[in-house]
Design a protein around this ligand. Structure first.
Ligand code: SAH
Length: 464
């Protein structure tokens, strides 16, 4: 609970605090007489002297000035730029404690916001080797003060690019690809994009690697209508083992959005193929695909275990993306229908269904909160099981109301934000459902994010 600033804590005040928790962006949380301070780079268990830099009514921000006693759970962060990059917020916390922190966060939200009790919390699914897991990287390209090309990440809250090519959570091949692209840029006098002037060509380099197939995709995002010196680029990259798809995407807008609207293939295939379990997926540069393949398979297996479909069951998979969960479930169920807002993702989903020879699947473009109620009202569709995997903002109220009316036997909720999960579970419980099982999966080691899978069953069914 946050309490008011009754102590009249003000800017530049110094305090000694013990860090008790971490905020949603990874900042340490310490209290001064109940008043919450957020402190960047402080970890749970640290005792530190901090200086207040900003105060609001119920909380404030402080800077870590001096470590008095470092947390016993601190470890040496293997990445030298962990602090300035900001991509990983909790690398200096031991992996074991990262997992414990995430599970505790979920439990606390489920109790406080979700009013969930009396459920089975299954053991957290961590990674055995929590490094180099990301199958996708998007490197911004820029110049340093000396005019040399840099590729890496944006320095905190700026758009200057810090050079970093061996990201501790990225794939090892990335460095080699970047080196070749840089050489091609230098040899052909191709300039990196400069945000200030809007000039220069190469904005970002997107790299994806199929975990099981080893297939590699490289897509250059450019500020120009065409990619010059294509043959030279192909010559530089095509010989890298696994290279499967080379493309560029035009993005001339003054925007933070990385990709343009489409991609043009210049060599190889317009997609790479990867597998999750026994299911094959073709992934194009534009499609959403989970970034941690090892954990994705475990998460989907959990969703499948929770859903436990019988051969007669009809499943609706809402927020289905390129149909990843849908096809995974279709291995067991009679029929799976997927709904997704992005038309290109649905095109991928349909192609992936055909690629796997799966007949009992249908995909619909549209908002889950509109498509499902409409089909229920007009076509009296039925669902034995409903799976939802919404973005961070959670499910729309209209969708939860429709689920309440349809009364499937089970609802499996896959969530990337435990706060909205807890909010939505509270609503579903009012509609006659009981949360019986929850399992967290660490999809994003070294960040504060956590993926959670929850099973709800109709209260009357679970009590029987
Ligand atoms: N289940 C997929 C995708 C999950 S990400 C997977 O595991 O790969 C969430 C997806 O929801 C995204 O593909 C996003 O485009 C989609 N989405 C966002 N808002 C939506 C809405 N209102 N209705 C349907 N889909 C939506």
């Amino acid at each position: 609970m946050q309490s008011e600033n009754t102590l009249k804590i003000k800017k530049n005040d110094l305090y000694t605090v013990t860090i008790e928790d971490l905020g949603s962006d990874g900042a340490g949380i310490g209290k001064v007489d109940g008043y919450t301070l957020f402190i960047k780079d402080a970890l749970i268990g640290d005792v530190a002297e901090v200086k207040v830099i900003k105060t609001k009514k119920h909380y404030g921000y402080a800077r870590l000035m001096r470590m008095i006693t470092p947390s016993p759970d601190r470890v040496e962060a293997p990445c030298p730029v962990a602090r300035s990059c900001g991509g990983c917020q909790i690398q200096p916390l031991s992996y074991e404690k990262q997992l414990a922190f995430k599970q505790r966060k979920v439990e606390e939200l489920l109790t406080r916001v979700g009013h969930v009790s009396d459920y089975a919390m299954h053991p957290m699914i961590g990674m055995e080797e929590p490094w180099h897991y990301r199958n996708k990287a998007q490197y911004p390209v820029g110049r340093d003060r000396e005019g040399r090309i840099t590729m890496g990440f944006y320095a905190g809250r700026t758009h200057s690019v810090i050079d970093c090519r061996d990201c501790a959570i990225g794939r090892p091949v990335n460095g080699r690809i970047l080196e070749r692209v840089q050489q091609w840029m230098e040899e052909n006098r191709i300039a990196p994009y400069d945000e200030g002037s809007g000039r220069g060509l190469v904005r970002h380099i997107l790299i994806r690697e199929g975990f099981h197939t080893g297939q590699i995709m490289v897509c250059l995002i450019i500020n120009g209508k065409k990619l010059p010196h294509q043959q030279a680029l192909i010559g530089a990259l095509a010989e890298i083992p696994g290279m499967t798809s080379l493309s560029y995407s035009v993005n001339t807008a003054d925007t933070n959005v990385i990709l343009g609207e489409s991609a043009v293939t210049i060599w190889g295939q317009p997609y790479i193929t990867d597998m999750i379990g026994d299911v094959k997926y073709q992934i194009s540069p534009m499609s959403f695909y989970q970034v941690n393949p090892v954990q994705t398979e475990k998460l989907y297996r959990t969703a499948l275990d929770f859903a436990d479909p019988g051969p007669e069951d009809v499943i609706w998979d809402l927020y289905c993306g390129i149909g990843t969960i849908s096809l995974f479930l279709a291995q067991k169920a009679a029929k799976v229908c997927g709904v997704e807002i992005i038309p290109e993702a649905i095109a991928d989903a349909k192609r992936n269904a055909a690629l796997n020879g799966m007949a009992g699947v249908d995909f619909y473009v549209g908002k889950a909160e509109e498509v499902l109620p409409e089909k229920y009202a007009k076509e009296q569709i039925r669902a034995d099981i409903i799976v939802v995997d919404p973005p961070r903002k959670g499910c729309d109220r209209a969708l939860l109301d429709c689920i309440g009316q349809m009364q499937p036997k089970k609802v499996v909720y896959v969530s990337c934000d435990p706060a909205t999960l807890a909010r939505d579970l509270a609503i579903l419980q009012e509609k006659g459902y009981k949360v019986t099982d929850v399992r967290c999966c660490d999809m994003f080691p070294h960040t504060v994010h956590v993926e959670t899978c929850a099973l709800l069953t109709k209260a009357s069914v679970s009590e029987a």
